[in-house]
Ligand binder design. Structure first.
Ligand code: FES
Ligand code: FE
Length: 389
């Protein structure tokens, strides 16, 4: 598999380029605009489909400024709704996850919605002829399934998924087949770790998109993938597939053997590592025997929760095999990366960073990410929102 570098559409800049000014990483108003014009306007990878195995299983996630409820319906599909009761606005589901037997009932006055969001019952509803049930269902949001995850979009008119997600990734990678070959929807969850990172989401994206830091902070990863030690591999595309160290048997913390190659992975992809960013909030790491999926949930200008899933072939998970050496490698990488982001965040407010810092020459793709953020914020008219808008 040969993937083109993820630079199409981004003009490589000659020499050094400035990062965004520090205020971009701390200013609450900028973050609010990002919530509105990026996370609430683009497709957002919300929930792993297999986390909701039965009708009535639900999960709530924060998308921009909204809580979104994703629930498995009775037809095997999903519904995604704003997690707000249409009676007097109580948060419908306060738990992060759970399962209802039949319907979703508001804990305040017991208005009851079915799994398709329809208002089906309310105390004394028959004495309230003015309440039109069909008008008072939960508000749905856009929903798609891809790679075994439920993606949601809160825009009134969601942008094309094919253009802004699969197409945008494919344009940078030379097609999405290279990702789809891993059959992620058919893999099982081996481990999930949730990281509460005290840093702006863009610092986390930028960190993921460069490997200049790899030699300094990732000893285990550079042992595993020697080319990362030279600092020039742009970790976000690694389009050729970065080769494992010769002595490594598998992608594990100590180079010990991993598991059998995932079905569908070609010989040419064996012993190789691919890293891909799906804007705005997903990172994928693909290795022959597992896939690592990071979903970011930006909660404040200086706080981002990252949910990281390690996915394996079902037979590996079912066998009860010891996954610890496999998981530990990237768990250490995550811990090292997020510590670096947290070390950076407080300095974003410093006078020393008022005009930003520097992108070294191989990082023009990070400048492309900055231009993308700025374009989305500047394209969107942002007159003060009147109450009720
Ligand atoms: Fe939900 Fe009243 S606010 S039933
Ligand atoms: Fe890193």
């Amino acid at each position: 598999m040969t993937l083109a570098p993820e630079t199409a559409g981004d003009t490589p800049a000659a020499g050094l380029t400035a990062t965004l000014p520090g205020a971009f990483y701390t200013d609450p108003e900028t973050f609010r605009r990002e919530q509105r014009h990026i996370f609430e306007s683009r497709w957002f990878c919300a929930v792993r489909a297999a986390d909701l195995p039965r009708p009535g299983a639900f999960r709530t996630v924060q998308v921009g400024r909204e809580s979104v409820l994703v629930v498995r319906n009775r037809r095997g599909g999903f519904g995604a709704y704003l997690n707000v009761c249409r009676h007097r606005g109580a948060r419908l589901c306060t738990e992060e996850s759970g399962e209802v037997r039949r319907n979703l009932q508001c804990p305040y006055h017991a208005w009851t919605y079915d799994l398709d969001g329809r208002l089906v019952a309310a105390p004394n509803l028959q004495r309230m002829p003015d309440v039109d049930r069909s008008e008072r269902g939960l508000l749905p949001v856009g929903l798609r399934e891809w790679l075994g995850y439920v993606w949601v979009c809160l825009a009134d008119e969601p942008p094309s998924f094919e253009e802004t997600v699969t197409g945008a990734v494919g344009e940078r990678l030379g097609g999405v087949e290279a990702i789809e070959r891993y059959g992620m929807a058919g893999l099982d969850l081996g481990r999930r770790v949730t990281y509460d990172v005290r840093a702006n989401w863009k610092l986390i994206v930028e960190n993921f998109m460069e490997c200049y830091h790899c030699a300094t902070i990732h000893p285990e990863l550079t042992d595993m993938i020697p080319e990362f030690a030279d600092g020039y591999a742009a970790q976000y595309y690694v389009g050729h597939g970065a080769a494992f160290a010769e002595e490594a048997e598998g992608f594990t913390v100590d180079g010990s053997g991993g598991f059998a190659r995932i079905a569908g992975i070609e010989e040419s992809q064996d012993r190789r590592y691919y890293a891909i960013t799906i804007r705005p909030q997903v990172f994928l790491n693909l290795v022959p025997d597992h896939v690592i999926v990071h979903r970011m949930f930006p909660l404040a200008a200086d706080r981002t929760v990252v949910e990281c899933d390690w996915l394996y072939a079902p037979e590996v998970v079912a066998s009860g095999a010891d996954l610890s050496r496999s998981v530990e490698l990237f768990h250490r990488v995550n811990t090292q990366d997020f510590a670096a982001c947290e070390r950076t965040q407080p300095a974003m407010d410093s006078r020393a960073y008022r005009a930003g810092g520097v992108l070294v020459p191989s990082e023009h793709h990070i400048a492309g990410f900055h231009r993308w953020v700025i374009r989305l914020l500047s394209e969107a008219p942002d007159a003060p929102e009147p109450p009720g808008s």
